[in-house]
Design a protein around this ligand. Structure first.
Ligand code: PLP
Length: 466
């Protein structure tokens, strides 16, 4: 399979190079040139497969020219064997025809494990084959960092540097990153916010001279196609469990960078009957404003009770724009260049109408988030994390059809975010069994100034490849 850039100027690449590249040379994002599309009969034949078996079916065509089938199978089996629930992504019914898809049974208790545990193993495999080394520089508002570190801790060929905004991630999130020991693991607590961290990652990709040509820089944020690819699988697994392809399913997805929901959009384009895709945002609602009023304008960042969705711009949105513009890379380049200067973007009316047909959306603030946690607990004694609560609230506001199963993606375990749970008047849950000693583990991190030169100097000094 070939991958092309959303800005039309960078060379097409195969999977292996896309995995190792991150942003395309023209500033765009890579996307498959065309997607596999499955008939209802093919989808029906997947009923009864284990999660890993299904993942194999779905992922194989995306990586076929880079990874032989047997090796892929081993990598996928190892990845999902690390999850603490035998179903990997179990569904839990919370009310009439309303289901929570629990994506928090991986090692770091958030959905990002689905992609990053796989990505770490894929990277190590490809780097070993090519006898190359890589440096990962990533930014996290909490969950990506721990999942990436956990996914890469056994990778001999990777040094990983994760920046998080100092004092702006929850204690559990921080400890999950800083208590994983390894010579190749480096936690940088940046005196700034998440966008400052992300901006430094972007600048590092734009000018990689600090690596002196001795290692590749690899992205672990959701601009990396491999992440989206891995996330497509659980849309299929849950929909098939609920009766697809004979029945359509609706999804509500708490989203920030438009990564997770974009995977749902891809699943639908691959033939999965999805009747509704709901974009659920917190007060950082740039995506909701776009869907509601064709107004994708950058505003100031708000710190909310759902910090993993605190973003000003959504890095994967460009992938959707590319399709909305008939895959015209030049048009996207102009739009994005303009957006980078003005911080504003709206698109032709007919294209926007089309986007509105693809997605519904809702914005849920902190107060409604706590209310929803409280309400669902009262209804079913089921404790939601704040991100998932936003998904539930958005589902209830946007639902079109009571007969269609509504699946809400539960993106994190509530233990990661005790504050809103306590605000809702409930008791914070205990750590799951495999993390029960987290608070006793030793933490390792370095506080650094919000300054690119400082960060680059740190990386040069600590990377084994340099
Ligand atoms: C990352 C994250 C999100 C947002 O995911 P996107 O891919 O940016 O849409 C939502 N909830 C949790 C818990 C997360 O960690």
């Amino acid at each position: 399979m070939k991958y092309i850039s959303t800005r039309g100027q960078a060379p097409a690449l195969n999977f292996e190079d896309v995995l190792l590249t991150g942003l395309a040379a023209d500033g765009g994002l890579y996307i498959p040139e065309c997607l596999p599309r499955y008939t209802p009969e093919e989808i029906a034949s997947w009923a009864g497969l284990s999660y890993a078996e299904l993942a194999n079916k779905i992922i194989a065509p995306f990586v076929a020219d880079s990874i032989p089938a047997d090796d892929l199978e081993t990598i996928i089996n190892e990845t999902y064997a690390e999850f603490s629930h035998a179903a990997v992504a179990p569904l839990n019914q919370i009310s009439s025809n309303e289901w929570v898809l629990e994506l928090f049974h991986g090692p770091t208790l958030a959905f990002k494990d689905f992609a990053l545990q796989l990505l770490g193993r894929l990277l190590d495999y490809i780097l070993e084959k090519r006898q190359e080394r890589a440096v990962i520089v990533g930014a996290t508002s909490g969950d990506t960092g721990s999942a990436a570190i956990e996914g890469c801790r056994r990778c001999d060929n990777v040094d990983i540097f994760i920046m998080h905004p100092h004092n702006r991630v929850s204690d559990v999130q921080r400890k999950q990153m800083t208590t994983i020991a390894g010579d190749n693991i480096h936690n940088l607590a940046v005196e700034g916010n998440f966008d400052d961290c992300q901006a430094m990652v972007k600048e590092s990709f734009a000018d990689q001279s600090f690596l002196e040509g001795k290692a590749r820089l690899v992205a672990v944020n959701s601009i990396n196609w491999a992440r989206i690819m891995a996330q497509v699988v659980y849309y299929f697994s849950s929909a098939i469990s609920l009766g697809a392809p004979h029945r359509s399913v609706a999804f509500s997805v708490p989203t920030g960078n438009f990564g997770d929901i974009f995977a749902g959009y891809i699943a639908r384009n691959m033939g999965l009957p999805i009747s509704q895709l709901i974009v659920a945002t917190n007060s950082n609602d740039i995506l909701h404003r776009f869907m509601e009023s064709n107004n994708y304008d950058k505003t100031t960042l708000e710190h909310t009770l759902s910090p993993s969705m605190d973003i000003m711009v959504s890095s994967n949105f460009e992938r959707l724009l590319f399709d909305l513009y008939g895959r015209d890379g030049n048009a996207i380049r102009e739009l994005m260049d303009d957006f980078n200067v003005t911080g504003k973007l709206s698109i032709d009316a007919h294209r926007w109408e089309f986007a509105r047909g693809l997605f519904d959306s809702a914005r849920v603030d902190d107060e409604q988030t706590c209310e929803t946690i409280k309400q669902v607990f009262a209804e079913s004694e089921y404790l939601l994390d704040p991100h998932t609560a936003i998904g539930v609230q958005a589902a209830r506001q946007c639902r079109r059809d009571a007969a269609t199963p509504m699946v809400i993606l539960a993106t994190a375990h509530p233990v990661k975010f005790p504050e809103p749970v306590i605000k809702a008047g409930l008791q914070a849950p205990d750590l799951p069994y495999h993390l029960r000693d987290l608070n006793e583990r030793e933490e390792r991190m370095t506080v650094v100034k919000n300054d690119k030169a400082t960060v680059h100097a740190y990386i040069r000094e600590h990377s084994r490849a340099l």
